[in-house]
Design a protein around this ligand. Structure first.
Ligand SMILES: [Zn+2]
Length: 117
């Protein structure tokens, strides 16, 4: 199915999601800078609040980076014509599943098995 219309749709979906994640990551970076400035200029946030906010923002950013990484890998699979096939059993991954998570590399069955393991 390499180069077919499904691949084109998947690529568009992945690239849109990547652009959105990169934008959010940039917004997050700016927000973190702002918090730091507020702290020094106004001292509005207690140190504890600031640390909690930073921990949350860091966790969010880590999640974003991990999804960006998965999406980039999916793009590479598209380039290689290997997109949409389960990395574990080799069966086709259901298109509906790829619509929800375009970076999925396992079919539903293998993903469930991996979660239980
Ligand atoms: Zn599978």
């Amino acid at each position: 199915m390499s180069g077919g219309p499904d691949d084109a749709a998947a690529r568009r979906r992945i690239e849109e999601r990547l652009a959105e994640l990169r934008r959010l990551s940039e917004v997050g970076r700016t927000a973190r800078e702002t918090v730091r400035l507020d702290q020094t200029a106004v001292g509005r946030l207690s140190r504890m609040d600031a640390m909690q906010q930073k921990a949350m923002a860091d966790a969010e950013e880590a999640r974003r980076q991990s999804e960006i990484h998965r999406l980039e890998r999916a793009l590479k699979l598209l380039d290689e014509g290997e997109y949409g096939w389960c990395a574990s059993c080799g069966e086709e991954i259901a298109p509906a599943r790829l619509e929800v998570d375009p970076a999925a590399t396992l079919c539903v069955r293998c993903a469930q098995r991996a979660q239980r393991a």
